[in-house]
Ligand binder design. Structure first.
Ligand code: SAM
Ligand code: SF4
Length: 327
């Protein structure tokens, strides 16, 4: 075991977002242009062997939880095999997915060692889903959610981004649906990470507004002991069920951030909004030892900024969009 990954502000890093691909089979309008993006060429992507080796280095430095993401991680070939190799590293593995194809894969992923899934869904209305994602796959997502629950990938969480004039009228409907289905719903504030640069702080549906709307029909009591979790959780109507709000923009949680990211092409990012990355792929392919990779990682973490800086006059959106960083 190596020394833990501590940055200049004393934050210890134990959580890794691991992007498995930058490709996607949906085109959520706030995430990707209709024509898609310039996908990474295959030789630039980390292979399964490279991923397992690098995650082993992260684990040797105290990383305990790994969330597989993308792009759409279910598009990665041989995903159950990769999960089973990663789970041998004694990590809690979870997955963030758009749910398309999850119905077919949920049981195999669970059997391979996956613990939990977050499924992104921004509307309960098929025609609105189509307008939002440019793909007619609403039913697939609902089937994927049901399959995840049946496979025991619980608690099944649902991630929703509310956008003004698009789906912000569905907040309460989504909550009541999630409560009825037994899914844990979390609203995520939209962040300036879209390649189209269409984000606007002025029209963003923020945490205060979401809580105010939900509070009109439901009693929300804050759950104590949030820890380093990004979501503020609330018990709904006195029951055990909860709803979460991730106020990344209006209620930043940078001070307790314990998270790192590794892109599908092997770049470490110490923050979603970092302006620079640290390359682990080149040294890995040039024959670096694990100790040398660990030292690079240590330096990458040491340079983490205090906060994401959205709202600062000098804020500049990262060059890579969310789908290429790993959301
Ligand atoms: N394709 C998978 C999915 O949609 O769940 C995983 C990757 S996706 C980038 C991860 C999450 O990021 C999704 O819940 C998506 O809604 C969210 N997301 C994408 N762009 C965002 C943005 N600009 N602001 C906030 N969340 C965003
Ligand atoms: Fe794909 Fe996820 Fe981005 Fe939607 S949010 S386009 S599903 S990567």
């Amino acid at each position: 075991m190596r020394a833990p990954l501590v940055d200049g502000f004393g934050r210890v890093h134990t959580d890794l977002r691991l992007s498995l691909t930058d490709r996607c089979n949906l085109r959520c309008t706030y995430c990707m242009p209709a024509e898609g993006l310039d996908w990474l060429p295959k030789p630039e992507l980390l292979t399964d062997d490279e991923l397992v080796r690098l995650v082993g280095v992260f684990a040797s430095m105290g990383v305990r939880t790994v969330r597989l993401t993308g792009g759409e991680p279910l598009l990665r070939r041989g995903l159950p095999g990769l999960i089973s190799r990663l789970s041998e590293l004694d990590l809690a593995l979870s997955l963030t997915t758009n749910g398309v194809g999850l119905e077919r894969q949920a049981q195999a992923l669970k059997d391979a060692g996956l613990k939990r899934v977050n499924v992104s869904l921004d509307s309960l209305r098929p025609e609105r889903f189509l307008a939002l994602t440019l793909r007619d796959r609403h039913e697939d997502v609902l089937e994927g959610l049901a399959a995840a629950k049946a496979a025991g990938l619980e608690p099944v969480k649902v991630n929703t981004v509310l956008m003004r004039g698009v789906n912000d009228d569905e907040a309460t409907e989504l909550l009541e649906w999630a409560l009825a289905e037994g899914y844990a719903l979390r609203f995520i504030e939209q962040m300036p990470l879209d390649p189209q640069h269409g984000w606007d702080r002025g029209t963003m549906v923020d945490a205060d507004e979401i809580l105010e709307v939900l509070g009109r029909d439901h009693v929300l009591i804050p759950v104590e002991s949030r820890g380093s979790a990004p979501a503020e959780e609330f018990h709904v109507d006195g029951g055990p069920a909860t709803v979460g709000v991730v106020g990344s923009v209006s209620r930043p949680f940078c001070a307790s951030c314990d998270r790192l990211r590794l892109t599908a092409d092997g770049q470490v990012r110490n923050c979603l909004f970092a302006r620079d990355e640290s390359d682990l792929r080149a040294p890995l392919r040039d024959g670096a030892t694990d100790d040398e990779l660990a030292e690079r990682l240590r330096v990458a973490v040491a340079g983490k900024r205090k906060g994401h800086g959205i709202g600062d006059p000098g804020f500049v959106q990262p060059d890579r969009p969310m789908s290429a960083i790993g959301g």
